[in-house]
Unconditional design. Structure first.
Length: 85
């Protein structure tokens, strides 16, 4: 009736505005979680850019900077983590 899945939920402290650092850290934790052979590994939304949306809400001038680090669907980080999956 129900299917049980084993899930790993990641939590990490990223650096604001530092996608390369955050991607490396996220990949490290994904690989570590994969050692336990889960069916699903999830990470928080916003971890790559470092949870900067709050800063942008408080300081709208940062909107352009946030858009500049937004990841397109065919971007290098999407490809990186899709390949890792």
């Amino acid at each position: 009736m129900y299917k049980v899945i084993k899930a790993s939920a990641l939590s990490l402290k990223p650096k604001a505005w530092d996608k390369p650092y955050n991607a490396d850290k996220l990949e490290h934790y994904i690989r570590k979680a994969a050692e336990e052979e889960p069916d699903l590994i999830v990470a928080p939304e916003g971890v790559l850019e470092g949870y900067v949306v709050g800063e942008v809400v408080e300081n709208p001038e940062l909107g352009k900077e946030m858009l500049s680090i937004a990841e397109p669907m065919d971007g290098e980080y999407v490809k990186r983590f899709r390949d890792l999956a």
